[in-house]
Design a protein around this ligand. Structure first.
Ligand code: F6P
Length: 495
């Protein structure tokens, strides 16, 4: 940080507030009922102007228009990225197709609620990565007081995960939702097979008849024994980590009700409109991306931390890890040239206030500067005491102030340097609309980072090699000459 300042970088945060009297109004925003405060970051007027120029030079606005127009923005896979169409934004043709698909999801939800599958008390949602993280977050965040049905999520290949996910469900009255864009993912297919056995063992006569598939490869789902009337399709252009708005959200829609799911989409669409049309200096995903680039590239921050101060959002850091790191953890630009700046920092986090008693020491006094994000909600559940909520919010706000101001002391052990950046997001209440807007904000911020870097956020080639090697080890066809370490591990693991 000091090095940066010596190079003519920004002032201390508390000095910035003195130097820029309009700082609060320029760096706080209210969009779709969500309040964003980026004023405790080192984005000063000059830095923002510099990043605006860079965005112009990098063609960020053009890239954004291409995204919403349904043009090919994922060239390595020759695809558009159509997640925005899933919530009614963007190119008209895509919207009609997405609306028709959404109509099928709704019809199935209505049929299930109407008793077409008999008395259903639970859903076992099987999927991994983008095919589970979004629906799990939505259901955990919004379903606590309003869930109509028990929805359990299963992703890991570990048999312990299967036991845990099915523990509270009655196989005789449970529907299986198997979500996989490709229908080739080893973990999902193995868990699908185990779920069929689980139903069979409980005496369900036609286990396949109790399965709903969600996929971009309907023919593969049909080949796996699922009747096409129960195959919900989403487009190839919807990336896994951007898919919760599509049929992948069906389990969340069952838990929360269709109206809630539509409100979620509307909240996201409101953020879409903001990202598309707001001027750069008022565009929250863009401003957030400017801060991300500033810290990653100029302050050398290798990580960024997200702390929801709300138990209902405890899965948010996991969801963001995939969104940000799978999208932007790349070393090559769209044109094939090497990325010379640091791309995605490591996203990590936890829940406040627990995290204060575990990792905040490093945030306040460690040698690494970690930009922190506090995600807060003004209202708790009706059943909760206002005192708890007050204490929770005071902690989040107090921590952000402590990080910025620090505290001098004659004793170096007890001194806080301060000048540590944070951003704060405040939702009035946690409802489908505000959560939709929040998640769409994160998607567009990720996209804006990618556009500034010139990389493609919509592919994920880096995940393939490990899968291939594990597959070859499994069937003994590894062509590579295995190293001594791998061979010894195989032997010790009894493989
Ligand atoms: O291995 C990574 C990945 O391809 C993610 O991008 C994706 O969300 C996840 O696996 C699941 O893939 P699928 O939905 O095809 O089963």
């Amino acid at each position: 940080m000091d090095e940066h300042r010596q190079q003519g970088g920004t002032q201390r945060l508390d000095e910035l507030f003195r130097a820029e009297p309009d700082r609060l109004s320029r760096l706080t925003f209210e969009v779709a009922g969500v309040y964003f405060d980026w004023s405790k970051t080192h984005l000063d007027r000059a830095t923002i102007e510099r990043f605006e120029d860079r965005a112009e030079a990098a063609g960020v606005a053009k890239a954004r228009d291409a995204l919403f127009a349904g043009d090919i923005v994922n060239p390595s896979e020759g695809r558009a990225a159509t997640h925005v169409a899933e919530r009614g934004s963007g190119a008209a043709g895509d919207n009609a197709e997405a609306a028709a698909r959404r109509g099928r999801v709704r019809a199935l939800v209505d049929a299930i609620e109407g008793g077409a599958f008999g008395d259903i008390t639970g859903v076992l949602h099987i999927g991994i990565g983008g095919s589970v993280l979004g629906p799990a977050l939505l259901t955990d965040a919004l379903g606590r007081s309003r869930s109509r049905i028990d929805v359990s999520f299963l992703s890991n290949i570990d048999g312990g995960a299967f036991e845990e996910a099915t523990d509270m469900l009655d196989p005789v009255t449970t529907l299986i939702v198997v979500a996989s864009k490709t229908m080739t993912t080893a973990e999902t297919l193995a868990n699908y097979g185990a779920a069929l056995d689980w139903l069979r063992d409980a005496g369900v006569e036609d286990p396949h008849g109790r399965v709903i598939a969600v996929t971009a490869k309907p023919e593969a789902a049909v080949a796996a024994g699922i009747d096409e009337t129960r195959v919900l399709v989403f487009g190839e252009g919807v990336g896994g980590r951007y898919s919760l708005w599509s049929a992948v959200g069906v389990s969340a829609a069952l838990a929360l009700g269709w109206d809630a799911f539509e409100e979620l989409l509307e909240g996201a669409a409101e953020m879409d409109r903001h990202f598309r049309f707001a001027a750069p200096a008022e565009n929250v995903p863009l401003i957030a991306a400017f801060a991300d680039r500033l810290y990653a590239e100029e302050y050398g921050c290798g990580t960024r931390a997200v702390f929801p101060y709300d138990e209902r959002l405890r899965l948010l850091p996991f969801y963001l890890q995939q969104l940000e790191m799978e999208s932007n953890g790349k070393s090559v630009r769209i044109d094939g040239s090497a990325v010379t700046a640091p791309s995605a920092p490591v996203t990590w986090g936890g829940t406040g206030t627990d995290a204060q008693h575990a990792v905040f020491q490093l945030l306040h006094q460690g040698t690494a500067i970690v930009p922190v994000e506090f995600v807060t909600v003004r209202e708790g559940e009706d059943s909760q005491s206002p005192e708890h909520r007050r204490a929770l919010l005071l902690n989040a706000i107090g921590q952000a102030a402590a990080l910025m101001h620090g505290k001098a002391s004659d004793d170096p052990q007890r001194a806080y340097a301060g000048n540590r950046p944070s951003a704060t997001i405040l939702l009035s209440q946690l409802d489908p609309r505000s959560l939709g807007a929040l998640l769409a904000f994160y998607e567009h911020r990720t996209f804006a980072n990618a556009a500034l870097l010139g990389i493609n956020p919509f592919d994920q080639w880096g995940v393939e090699l490990g899968k291939q090697i594990a597959g070859k080890l499994a069937d003994g066809t590894s062509e590579e000459k295995l190293d001594a370490s791998t061979l010894a591990l195989m032997e010790r693991a009894g493989l």
